[in-house]
Design a protein around this ligand. Structure first.
Ligand SMILES: NC(=O)c1ccc[n+]([C@@H]2O[C@H](COP(=O)([O-])OP(=O)(O)OC[C@H]3O[C@@H](n4cnc5c(N)ncnc54)[C@H](OP(=O)(O)O)[C@@H]3O)[C@@H](O)[C@H]2O)c1
Length: 327
């Protein structure tokens, strides 16, 4: 059976994304085949697509097989997978994800109720679990002041909401434009600051004179460096990426003032504590279903417009989630 799929065969701009007609993939042992309903497009794939110049953490071989937060219905199961999964609505992080049909690892399927819309459902694959776990990795306590960088992004706008739900005091979100700052406030941040302004650390100090207890950062470079100075005694920074591609060296002397830095990566977390990781995905599903957590969908584009989706992310135009819709 034929289907459409988007890959790239050379590194470059969004235009290298190529829509092709291919046979549906066959799920192997431990895999399922999903009929995709929506695919959440993530920032990291725009960097992989740019190729080696993006920085050492963004290396992927050719042909490029974009990953994505897929929600869909199980169409087939591979050997060793419960056939009763066929027909279930699930979410999964997968490779070769910009396609009508997508193969996914059966052991990391998130159950998705029929009540969830596509935007929320895609968040259960990767972005939601990251947003939740970085707050737990930060050992967030009630009343803590939290600084969320890139707060208008896919993960960022969930992290702001979750920080509030988990009892944070002041939540400060950073982003790049006044439109994004309005958005950051609209999802619950008490203070929104443009971190492209040179005095942004002073603006944080004005909002949090005693320092911040938690920093969530996946921007890297000078943003991370300045953030460490903003930590209060016993403050915790969680570093879960580097959108700038700049892998900051952390001077040990900055930590002497009772500060700590923790790294986070979803794959490492799922390996380290798979049972808790699964419980947290179910916890997120409940929060979405109860309407306590909401995904803002910036744009829903046809699958064939994957290049436009990447363009939106690379021009830093989006607030929240971008979806590709196969139908
Ligand atoms: N550790 C993990 O397991 C894990 C898993 C998934 C994602 N991540 C990381 O989490 C971060 C957020 O992912 P996401 O998919 O939700 O992306 P996103 O936040 O929707 O998009 C990335 C954002 O980074 C900001 N940014 C800052 N400096 C930038 C630069 N030099 N170039 C481009 N953007 C820049 C932009 O916001 P402004 O325009 O407002 O600055 C942009 O919107 C990414 O860094 C990603 O690599 C980590």
């Amino acid at each position: 059976m034929a289907m459409r799929r988007v890959r790239y065969y050379e590194y470059g701009g969004p235009e290298v994304l190529t829509v092709e007609d291919v046979d549906q993939p066959v799920p192997r042992a431990g895999q399922v085949l999903l009929r995709a309903e929506a695919i959440g497009v993530n920032f990291v794939d725009t960097r992989f697509r740019r190729g080696p110049g993006s920085g050492s953490i963004f290396q992927r071989p050719l042909p490029g097989r974009p990953t994505g937060d897929v929600v869909g219905t199980v169409a087939r199961t591979g050997p060793g997978v419960d056939p009763q999964l066929v027909g279930r609505r699930v979410a999964a992080l997968a490779e070769d994800a910009y396609a009508d049909y997508v193969v996914a690892d059966a052991s990391w399927l998130a159950a998705v109720s029929d009540h969830l819309d596509s935007g929320d459902a895609t968040m259960l694959a990767m972005s939601g679990p990251v947003a939740l776990r970085i707050l737990r990795a930060a050992r967030l306590s009630s009343g803590d002041t939290v600084l969320v960088h890139a707060a208008a992004g896919g993960i960022g706008h969930l992290a702001v909401q979750l920080a509030k739900l988990f009892g944070a005091g002041t939540v400060i979100g950073t982003a790049r434009s006044s439109r994004k700052l309005d958005f950051v406030r609209s999802v619950g941040a008490d203070v929104a600051i443009d971190y492209t302004q040179a005095d942004w650390p002073d603006q944080v100090r004005a909002a949090a004179p005693d320092g911040v207890d938690v920093v969530l950062d996946a921007v890297g470079g000078p943003v991370l460096r300045s953030s460490l100075d903003l930590l209060a005694p016993f403050g915790r920074a969680v570093v879960y990426g580097a959108a700038t591609g700049e892998l900051e060296q952390i001077p040990v002397a900055k930590l002497f003032a009772l500060r700590s830095v923790t790294g986070f990566n979803l794959t490492a977390w799922r390996r380290a504590d798979p049972d808790q990781a699964r419980r947290e995905t179910a916890e997120l599903a409940d929060l979405f279903e109860a309407g306590q957590l909401r995904t803002t969908v910036h744009a829903s584009l046809p699958l064939t417009q994957a290049a436009a989706a990447h363009e939106l992310i690379e021009t830093r135009s989006h607030t929240g989630r971008i979806l590709l819709i196969p139908a």
